[in-house]
Design a protein around this ligand. Structure first.
Ligand code: UD1
Ligand code: CA
Length: 482
């Protein structure tokens, strides 16, 4: 296959309202696998290295334009004030662009997230190899309801596209449908658009009418069918959005499994397009990897884990965890039931155990927070252990303060570390202490009331209770080793 010319422009139609989504959000901004519908289309268009990509906006134009600017500043938008049809949309766009030179025009729609760059390359290659005026991407569907039908002549050449609403029974029985994706010769497209009318069931300017105009004038119109018909699937409502998400999930998961990732139950694993996984990663059921999450070789993630924009090191294990913008070092152990908030940095061989919440906190190599603790705004050195139920008291009601803990520190269970406070290398804190002052290296900090036992209190004050009876029995028969 010889190299195809790059398109002069890819036009992405996205001005429609998307009424059936029943949403405050414009349809093309709904997401599949962590990207908006239109971003998926822009991504596949980028495979063709077009000179320009233009998104046609109308309904919700402010939101759509702002989104386009954010995701791909190199893509421009053209406003179609009134949605007078797909032909009108392309006509307005070409008019806004002036002379189009140096390559064909590709037209796509903004609601087809499953379209691949490879399919577009095939379409473009076919177009230039046949020197066609127009090439239509089609699909053969068991149920073609609603789509425009591809009408071919006895010679197999495409004659016209007839919209479902304008079709008679003979045309309705055709299973080859128009995907709404095309490649056009720029000059012939512009000339044909000047001739289209609104004489149809919807009173709109149909882009599809260009096909009959070109064919009648003797120009060559080609059509090729997508090898995978799901690629041309458009999202019109939330049911189709869920279908597209599931198809995308299966596609992404198949790619990662072929790249050496183990998934016990791929139907319950959801991976965004921007995720990067090394080989021999294991993903257990009900795992969601969101945004630019990166997982290194041999790590085991899940079950029941959501990682958003996280980095997981080699051989780390992360179970029943919710983490966002956290770095989990190699051989670290996280979970079960752990909440890692932005700015958590777990070093190599660290542990953040059950019912631990961390935020803006770093844990040096080999340090552990095994159980039931809150660690906020803290720097913890290497080889330190934070006892169960420790709270880093970082908030005085107005401001947040930092706790610094050195290397090889032993924080006793149920310690309150009232920040700002520093615990020196090798220091200990006694269980149940409220630490408000710095602890020098190697010191034991005790900050709690002295214990006092009031002998005989239960018999005197709670006489007759089961506790009093048990106490009396113990007095009569002292335990041998007591
Ligand atoms: C269109 C095709 C149909 C094809 C189907 C594939 C036409 C006339 N028909 O039908 O043959 O089978 O797509 O999905 O083209 N849009 C604008 N401005 C407008 C009108 C539409 O930007 O004035 C955009 C819409 O937002 C949408 C796309 O163009 O993204 C398609 O428009 P829609 O009205 O949904 O066309 P269909 O009836 O689906
Ligand atoms: Ca449509």
């Amino acid at each position: 296959m010889s190299a195809s010319p790059r398109p002069a422009v890819v036009v992405i139609l996205a001005a429609g309202e998307g009424t059936r989504m029943r949403s405050a959000l414009p349809k093309v901004l709904h997401c599949v696998a962590g990207r908006s519908l239109v971003e998926h289309v822009v991504e596949s268009a980028a495979h063709l290295s077009p000179a320009r990509v233009v998104v046609v906006v109308g309904h919700g134009r402010e939101q759509v334009t702002a989104h386009i600017t954010e995701i791909s500043p190199w893509v421009t938008t053209v406003v179609q004030e009134e949605q007078l049809g797909t032909g009108h949309a392309v006509r307005v766009t070409l008019a806004a662009m002036g002379a189009i030179e140096g390559g064909p025009v590709v037209v796509l729609t903004g609601d087809t997230p499953l379209l691949t760059g490879v399919t577009l390359e095939t379409l473009l290659a076919h177009h230039s190899a046949t020197d066609a005026a127009a090439t239509v991407l089609t699909a053969v569907l068991e149920d073609p309801t609603g789509y425009g039908r591809i009408v071919r002549g006895s010679d197999g050449q495409v004659r016209q596209i007839v919209e479902h609403r304008d079709a008679d029974d003979a045309v309705l029985s055709i299973n080859e449908i128009n995907s709404g994706m095309y490649v056009f010769d720029a000059a012939q497209l512009a000339a044909a658009l000047a001739q289209i009318t609104t004489a149809n069931a919807q009173g709109e300017e149909y882009l599809t009418d260009v096909i009959a105009i070109l064919s009648t004038s003797g120009a060559r119109v080609e059509a090729i069918a997508a090898s995978d018909p799901t690629e041309i699937m458009g999202v019109n409502d939330r049911v189709q959005l869920a279908e597209a998400s599931a198809l995308m999930r299966d596609r992404i998961n198949a790619r990662w499994m072929r790249a050496g990732v183990t998934m016990v139950d791929p139907s319950s694993v959801w991976i965004d397009v921007d995720v990067d996984l090394a080989r021999d990663v294991t993903l257990l059921p009900d795992t969601h990897l969101i945004g630019p999450t990166v997982i290194a070789e041999g790590a085991v993630v899940g079950p029941g884990t959501t990682l958003k924009a996280c980095e997981v090191g080699e051989r780390a294990t992360v179970r029943h965890t919710w983490a966002e913008l956290a770095v989990i070092g190699p051989d670290a152990s996280v979970g079960p039931y752990t909440y890692l908030r932005p700015g958590t940095m777990l070093g190599a061989r660290t542990k953040a155990g059950a019912f631990v919440e961390m935020k803006n906190a770093s844990l040096g190599e080999g340090s552990k927070v095994p159980h039931l603790s809150y660690v906020g705004d803290a720097q913890i050195g290497e080889g330190s252990n934070i006892g169960a139920s420790t709270v880093f008291v970082n908030y005085d009601g107005v401001e947040k303060h930092t706790t610094v803990i050195g290397d090889q520190v032993r924080v006793g269970s149920d310690t309150m570390l009232v920040a700002p406070v520093t615990i020196g290398d090798g220091a200990y804190t006694a269980a149940g202490s409220v630490i408000t002052e710095d602890v020098p290296p190697g010191a034991m900090a005790v900050a709690r009331a002295q214990q006092r036992n009031i002998e005989g209190w239960v018999e005197r004050r709670r006489g007759g209770t089961k506790s009093a009876q048990a106490a009396a029995r113990a007095k009569d028969n002292p335990k041998e080793d007591a």
